[in-house]
Ligand binder design. Sequence first.
Ligand SMILES: [Zn+2]
Length: 283
Amino acid sequence: MSRRLVLYASTEQEDADGATASLLKPDMAAPRTVRGWWNDSAPYSGGALPVPGSVSGASAFQALRLVQQQHPEADVQLRFGPRAAWQATEEPVPAGRPDILPDVKRLITGLSPGCSFCGTTRRSLEVAHIRDWPETRAAVAAHPIRKGRHLRARLLFHSPWNLLMLCRDRAHGSGCHDRQEAKLITAAELREARARLDRQPHARAHYQRYLDQQLLACAPLAGVDENALLEVLRLLNRLAADAGEAPEPYALNHGQIRVDIAHAMIDYGSSHYCADNLAQVSL
Ligand SMILES: [Zn+2]
């Protein structure tokens, strides 16, 4: 695995604030000092970084390119703000597999009454993941934002497009889920099978129900997946256009939420906490 070099570009004030410094909306005009950490654990060694003592926010990106040129072997990352504040936001990558959310499970079982790969209904069927849990954990661990890792891992793992139904035949190892585990079916083949589910005529009704359920379930800590919702909205918009239809806008939750599929828009009105909740879980 390549080494990682994390550059922190912080202002004097941010350094003074330390762990309590805000990492939101960094002042791009303020002079910043760039400090490096190997693998985010040991201070940069090997002489001075090839950057001036003090840079502005914009030239921090030039500094990043200079360091990348000097260390082509390393994965160099740039962060604005002091390391102490970044460390304070760190959350360990979850160890255990998260449980699937009932709404997502209902969507997938509705989209695929048989095995999504071979079509059979004669074997037992299981919800299967295209990207498995260890791969998901690795992706979350490599993501530069370390806040909200539990939520990030859960939403990435249980994204509707990471899931499909596969048949199981443990006795003979001949089910599609057995063959996936034996690496006889590739991720690319599974992604193609998953994409086919979205092209079925009845897909629209299942996604519509999922969208409304998710919007209504939007409560503090519920962890609604903003990316998935927007993707569902775009998909419904496309399917309606393909069918030559322009669905009328409708309201949910006593008019607080307005959904306009024809224009791919969701308006939360005064229900701001809902929108804030959505915004914090972007992957
Ligand atoms: Zn199958």
